[in-house]
Design a protein around this ligand. Structure first.
Ligand code: GLV
Ligand code: MN
Ligand code: MN
Ligand code: MN
Length: 406
């Protein structure tokens, strides 16, 4: 979202100049959304852009063998580095800001520190994490999970995209897996991210600090029935898994509402996917999130139990497989509280997953959110003004000054 009245050379103006370089990459002209799946041509182009930006700033770039990129400012011998950054990849037809805003802001924050003559005592590292959305290989935060050892290279090597391409092939090598040597060299991580709801609009503030990430996960629900002819099979003789699936979607919605939680089935696959055939199998992916782990567990169990009971009545069968799980992340115990005081910013929990949630188990970690005037995300309607993005850069630069010099 451009801000037309900003002065040449001002931070909003410099933000816009950098942002415009990314705008065409992976944009679908029909939806206006982005198709930036990990290791596909648009995402590789964004990685080239990352290397070029790092190069312009004399920041040497390394990879961790898991698809994550790191651009370093400062001598590694000067102590553990402060890490900042986010991801380039998008959901299908996602917004422009989810991910790239954190990387662009990190480079601009480096510029701010340099322009202010800040001489960090600790190195500063800008990161681009791989496959945060899980849109290609199904596991969100794939790069940070591999880096931290939360996902084994063996399991990762077995992941395939919708075309059957394996992760190792996409990555160009087998993933390296856990890198305690690298993680041990970071003192903290701060991820700046566009807000994915309306809290900052409601509170009339441009920037917030995250207090927590709700526990969340993905479950694959396979409904098995009997494929058959749509015109000749009597209604009473059908074993139609679409009915059980539809019931499960409604049950998920109801159970989530009852608990103040969130449940979504945003992806579905039907076999054989023919208008004139009763499906043999329907697979739906349940995304469920709640403020605490107990509520999340009872929500998923209630959906599974209700759908299983319904399957009995439909003559179908349900299998439920957990594909990923992310525990509750509480940021407000340490670094988050310190940053909220430093910035005098509101503090918000979020239901969205982030690499920061994975790294929080290993490093003091915090997040900053930048106001999103539409409150919409994972959609082309996601937005942020240049002025608010500049406020985000300023906040990040303050935080990085504090963490690298303090
Ligand atoms: C990623 O953005 C997620 O929260 O699903
Ligand atoms: Mn996202
Ligand atoms: Mn994101
Ligand atoms: Mn996310």
């Amino acid at each position: 979202m451009s801000t037309h009245s900003v002065a040449e050379g001002s931070l909003p103006h410099r933000f816009r100049a950098l942002w415009d370089q990314l705008a065409p990459i992976g944009r679908d002209p029909d939806s206006g959304g982005y198709l930036r799946y990990a290791f596909t041509a648009p995402e590789l182009e964004l990685r080239d852009w990352f290397r070029a930006q790092a190069d312009q700033r004399d920041l040497p770039v390394t990879s961790d063998g898991n698809g994550n990129l790191f651009a370093r400012w400062g001598d590694p011998a000067a102590g553990d580095a402060v890490l900042t950054g986010s991801h380039f990849d998008s959901v299908p037809h996602g917004g422009a800001y989810d991910g790239p805003l954190g990387i662009v802001s990190a480079f601009l924050a480096v510029d701010e520190l340099r322009a202010a003559g800040v001489a960090p005592r600790r190195p500063l590292v800008v990161a681009a994490f791989a496959e945060e959305e899980g849109a290609r290989f199904g596991v969100p935060c794939l790069g940070s999970r591999l880096l931290t050892g939360a996902l084994s290279p063996d399991r990762a090597a077995g992941l395939r995209d919708a075309d059957g391409v394996g992760l190792a092939e996409a990555l160009g090598d087998r993933p390296a897996g856990a890198r305690p040597d690298l993680l041990g060299g970071f003192s903290s991580f701060v991820e700046l991210h566009v807000e994915q709801g309306r809290a900052l609009v409601d509170q009339d503030a441009p920037v917030a600090v995250a207090s927590a990430i709700w526990p969340h996960g993905r479950w694959r629900l396979d409904f098995h029935g009997e494929g058959n002819h749509a015109g000749t099979t009597r209604m009473a003789d059908r074993r139609d898994p679409m009915l059980t699936y539809a019931f499960a979607v409604l049950a998920a919605n109801k159970e989530a509402r009852l608990r103040g939680a969130h449940a979504t089935v945003g992806r579905v696959r039907v076999e054989p996917n023919a208008t004139n055939a009763i499906p043999s199998t329907v697979t739906g992916w349940l995304d469920a999130r709640a403020a605490d782990p107990e509520t999340l567990a009872t929500l998923v169990e209630a959906v599974r139990a209700k759908a299983t009971e319904r399957a009995g009545r439909d003559g179908t069968r349900l299998t439920c497989t957990e594909e990923s799980a992310t525990p509750l992340v509480a940021f407000d115990g340490g670094l988050g509280r310190r940053l909220a005081t430093l910035l005098d910013a509101p503090v918000l929990p979020t239901g969205a997953g982030h690499d920061a949630g994975v790294l929080a188990g290993h490093l003091p970690t915090a997040m900053l959110f930048v106001r999103n005037p539409t409150g919409v995300s994972h959609s082309p309607a996601e937005a942020a003004t240049d002025t608010d993005c500049a406020a985000g850069v300023t906040a990040l630069a303050r935080v990085l000054t504090e963490l690298t010099c303090g």
